[in-house]
Ligand binder design. Sequence first.
Ligand SMILES: Nc1nc2c(ncn2[C@@H]2O[C@H](COP(=O)(O)OP(=O)(O)OP(=O)(O)O)[C@@H](O)[C@H]2O)c(=O)[nH]1
Ligand SMILES: [Mg+2]
Ligand SMILES: [Zn+2]
Length: 381
Amino acid sequence: MIETIDFEALRAIGLGEAMRRQLEHGVADPSARPMRVVEVQRDHLQLHDGHGEQRARCSPALLRDLADGDEALVVGDWVLARPDPQAGCWITCRLLPHNRITRRTTPGRASDDGSRSRRQVLVSNVDTALLVMGLDHDFQLRRLERYLALVRLSGVAAVLVLSKADTVTPELAARRLAEAAEVLPQRMPALALDLRQSTAAAALAPWLQPGRTLVLLGSSGAGKSTLANTLANTLSQASLAGGKLAGQATGAVRADDSRGRHTTTVRTLLPLPGGACMIDTPGLRALRLDVADADDLAGAFDDVARLASRCRFRDCRHGQEPGCAVRDAVSGPRLRNFQKLLREAGRDARSVQERRAELALWKARTRAGSARARAKREGGG
Ligand SMILES: Nc1nc2c(ncn2[C@@H]2O[C@H](COP(=O)(O)OP(=O)(O)OP(=O)(O)O)[C@@H](O)[C@H]2O)c(=O)[nH]1
Ligand SMILES: [Mg+2]
Ligand SMILES: [Zn+2]
């Protein structure tokens, strides 16, 4: 099986060392081939094998397995799939992702008390997240902190891309970069770019090595799809082989507040001509973090984490407590945002407990029900 795997082709859709090792060690099913999930639709998935895309469905056994762990296949996953003339492909196995970016969602009519929040994996197996934020009304440090926490939680490296640099003066762009640097973890790169120009591709070249997977994250209208298209176009002109252009739809933002119109509606993995690949995502309407406590926020709030060890009380919430080292050193808006994210986490933790309580109650009821049925049977028989 291993001799027949086209590792070179798989590299163009982001096969890195960790996945390669998994493939070399444990492919049990000789008729299955490794592929990557590039899109998830309601009734099927699109897979890529490094040469082209195929329609696929998940085998019932794998669906059951995933559902047992409250999971589903997501864009970026590596899978083994068996070709089938009728169904396109049957996915029989998912390789263990080496990272995943997750958030919490409150589906349906859920109220904002978090009682129905669920974990949702957005993408998996990513090397770099490009956090895209516009230099128009989209520029907002508190939202940036939220996105930073999202990616730091998953262990994915991030780069801040401030888009629409052409619409502001170089002085303003520089000031915004300096403001952003105040909330970025140390050594995290940040760039201000016009995403429609090939210069954007040149500036991002260090993260676009062959075999690398990037994901575009940011609010609607920030310029994610614009960047995907620029990279596809610029790189295909640069590479002799040429390549399929991304052709992601883009949409103008509202003039008064720069808000986007949610043009992109699904997450899609696009192989780029240079050998890297890019996952374009829809702007998230609401981003709830999947955090449990302050430790989970330490990646994005390293200053708070560092200073907290000097507070007088170990469980200091950096509110009115005496001897707080954080309150004096961290700016008010940043600290309030940290506390807000923590409160959300607390609500989610409670809702997990509530769900456990519900489950216990339900199990007890089922047990009581079957005990009653047994008693009836035995009594009647
Ligand atoms: N002037 C200028 N316009 C840009 C830049 N980047 C994006 N735009 C414009 O901003 C608008 C929104 O861009 P999109 O790429 O559709 O934004 P998106 O982040 O993909 O938005 P969703 O798909 O809705 O999440 C489009 O009209 C783009 O042409 C830039 O760097 N400079
Ligand atoms: Mg888009
Ligand atoms: Zn404190």
